[in-house]
Design a protein around this ligand. Structure first.
Ligand code: GAR
Length: 213
């Protein structure tokens, strides 16, 4: 794959994850360029961030479609237009049914250590509240390939944080988000370098190929 790879981003909200990609891409440390942002909500602030960075945008609302299949087909049409190498879900709160040609080419980040505290209904502060209510001593974030089940596909990168005595959902979320800002670019760069090999549920991380001189 030619570097930087072409990456489409799907989001539904604030777009801090998108902003992190845009900032690192501009700084030259992300081996991917965001070529399109697709939002499931017309009022998502992530669309503003994309426009400010000169990235084309589209909106595909779930409620305009009868079922997940027709919604997913509409998303796929928008994605296909830019022929991306990779699709990154960045706070995308709808189920995207993956067409076969995008298998192992879609990443998602979840703010917990999957398979714990994931699946439908687990997003944002709800995740962190559940972690605290359960009394966990560690939490973290997970970057994984997307399959047709929420928060389920093969795991690429995980990073952990300690749960502190005085944590509330907000403070825990903030500390985990700092790890998300490292974990997601790390996974994108591994993908761009062709270093991820999916073997069933396991993702092997291959060594870097030797530099050509
Ligand atoms: C991120 O913390 C991400 O891990 C989470 O939503 C946030 C998006 O924030 N994703 C999920 O909960 C997915 N189940 P952002 O819109 O500011 O990038």
């Amino acid at each position: 794959m030619a570097l930087p790879i072409r990456m489409a981003v799907l989001l539904s909200g604030g777009g801090r994850t998108l902003q992190n990609f845009l900032d690192l891409s501009r700084a030259g440390t992300l081996k991917a360029k965001v070529v399109k942002v697709i939002s499931s909500r017309p009022d998502a602030y992530g669309l503003v961030r994309a426009a400010e960075a000169g990235v084309p945008t589209a909106v595909v609302r779930r409620r305009d479609f009868e079922d997940a299949a027709s919604f997913s087909r509409a998303l796929t049409r928008e994605i296909d237009e830019v022929v991306p190498d990779l699709i990154a879900l960045a706070g995308f709160m709808c189920l995207y049914q993956v067409p076969p040609r995008y298998t192992d080419r879609i990443l998602n980040i979840h703010p917990a250590l999957l398979p714990l505290f994931g699946g439908k209904g687990f997003f944002g502060d709800r995740v962190h509240r559940a972690v605290l209510e359960h009394g966990c001593k560690v939490s973290g974030c997970t970057v994984h390939f997307v399959d047709n089940v929420y928060d389920h596909g093969p795991i690429v990168v995980q990073k952990t944080v300690r749960v502190e005595e005085d944590d509330d959902p907000h403070s825990l979320a903030a500390r985990i988000f700092e790890k998300e800002k490292q974990a997601y670019p790390e996974a994108v760069n591994l993908f761009a370098e062709g270093r991820l090999r999916v073997e069933g549920r396991r993702v092997r991380i291959l060594p870097p190929s030797p530099a050509v001189s």
